[in-house]
Design a protein around this ligand. Structure first.
Ligand code: G3I
Length: 444
């Protein structure tokens, strides 16, 4: 567990190395990042990671600064690692694992047995062959990552939605029957006895027919000694499927069966204070359940989310911290540098407006965090030879190059918690169409 300390960064690194503890990212200021604040509460705070974004500098710096656990978003799925029978390709997943390890992050394994992203050859096998193929897949993938994965989603989404509580049809269910889940867990335990073995699903976040069915399975596994260590609650929320009122109670009843619970794919569609409030409720529920060992959000930035149009994550498309970020950090007991007492200051986001052959208009939206602010300032940097030729609804000043504009409000800059304002400007392209880059937003 890493907590705020007066030991200098080098001293802390030495202590961690000497005690064999893996250093978590963000130890220099223990409670100013999601990972370090969660570590202060004995939890991890992770994100889904896509290998093809690891070349994008702001993606990587946000990942490395804020998170201390990573889940490959697609790279460990069956169609990625065993597209052809018994021919394993680990390149993209290995890239994520090595990156995570080099930054001291833990890795969640996702996922071994799932009906989706399953190569078609699996569905063509007869029963005996399918059993061999399933066990071979689990064994080979887990052995490849032995010692590197803290928790594996051994079986993913095996139950139907709705009121039936029945198993979902899949090649595994249809040919091997209900026992495939137990068999998968037993094989997994043999392959890497140190990894925590999880069952993972969605729409199981509150008490309902589907979560009852999973609950009954876990209770049965514990009673019969079938190896299972954790249950993952994906927690994909939106207005049609909000955070359930009995979320914490549901996590607790699973924990009471003697398994850890993890929030494994959290994202909440929305914006502003409503989204921030929901995120805060999820974090508080996890912290209130002692066996809730960590939270993973399903992506770093809204722009790469599997449901990007719902802007469900903690960083916007320009990697600005959203009000939801501040709410999470605050709920974890952390505080933003410059944010004052755990409230964020403000966030900024950019959008392109009208465009002509020689110029375009840009709009920056400034949003207050979890508390009201009295004033704000941010910067807009354009790429030479671009020039900003006009501005509105703000008071600009310029650096000597003329490329960096510092923008302050016109008159009163106060904003209520979660409230927004915007300013605009015209960029003369001069042959360059690059988007302006925003600095961070500072509030007082
Ligand atoms: O990589 C290919 C690309 O080469 C191709 O051009 C493009 C066009 O089709 O597709 C790309 O692959 C996509 C892949 O994401 C990577 O972006 C797939 O089509 C797309 O189906 C896949 O979606 C993933 C989805 O699982 C598939 O079921 C999402 O990224 C991923 O976030 C999502 O994650 C799931 C969890 O594993 C389980 N729980 C639900 C969750 C959300 O659906």
């Amino acid at each position: 567990m890493v907590t705020r300390t007066s030991i200098g960064a080098l001293g802390m690194a030495g202590l961690l190395a000497a005690s064999g503890v893996i250093a978590l990212s963000g130890t220099a200021d223990a409670a100013s990042t999601l990972g370090s604040a969660a570590a202060g509460k004995g939890r991890y705070f992770g994100t889904a990671v896509a290998a093809n974004h690891l070349g994008e500098a702001p993606y990587v710096s946000t990942l490395d600064t804020e998170f201390n656990s990573a889940t490959p978003e697609n790279e460990m799925k069956w169609d990625a690692v065993e597209r052809t029978r018994n021919s394993f390709t680990f390149g993209a997943a290995d890239q994520i694992v090595s990156h995570a390890q080099s930054k001291g992050m833990k890795v969640r394994g996702h996922t071994l047995v799932w009906h989706s992203q399953l190569p078609s050859w699996v569905g063509t096998l007869g029963t005996a062959d399918l059993r061999t193929a399933m066990n071979n897949h689990i064994t080979k993938v887990m052995q490849h990552y032995k010692g590197k994965i803290h928790s594996w989603d051994v079986v993913n989404e095996a139950f139907q939605d709705g009121s039936s509580g029945a198993r979902r049809s899949s090649p595994f269910q249809d040919k091997l029957g209900n026992g495939f889940i137990e068999e998968a867990f037993r094989t997994a335990r043999a392959a890497d006895p140190a990894a925590k073995l999880c069952y993972n699903d969605y729409n199981t976040d509150g008490v309902n027919a589907k979560s009852n069915a999973v609950y009954n399975m876990v209770r049965d596994f514990k009673a019969r000694g079938v190896p299972i260590d954790c249950v993952g609650f994906q927690s994909h929320f939106n207005s049609a499927s909000p955070v359930p009122g009995d979320y914490q109670a549901n996590l607790q009843r699973f924990a009471d069966l003697g398994v850890d619970v993890q929030i494994t794919e959290l994202d909440i569609e929305g914006s502003g204070t409503a989204q921030a409030g929901s995120y805060s409720n999820v974090v508080k529920a996890c912290l209130a359940v002692s066996r809730c060992t960590g939270i993973t959000v399903w992506g770093v930035t809204d722009k790469y989310s599997w449901r990007a149009s719902g802007t469900p994550l903690l960083f916007d498309g320009n990697y600005n911290k959203k009000p939801a970020y501040t709410a999470v950090l605050t709920a974890l007991g952390g505080s933003s540098p410059g944010g004052g007492g755990g409230t964020a200051a403000c966030t900024v986001s950019y959008s392109k407006q009208e465009e002509w052959s020689d110029r375009f208009n840009g709009k920056v939206t400034v949003t207050a965090g979890g508390s009201a602010i009295g004033d704000w300032t941010t910067t807009v940097t354009v790429t030479s030879p671009q020039k900003i030729s006009a501005t509105w609804n703000g008071t600009p000043t310029w650096d000597s190059s003329g490329n960096v504009m510092t923008m302050k409000p016109n008159g009163n800059g106060s904003l209520a918690a979660g409230a927004s304002t915007s300013f605009g400007f015209t960029v003369m392209k001069n042959g360059n169409n690059a988007a302006p880059v925003l600095g961070s937003c500072t509030a007082s």
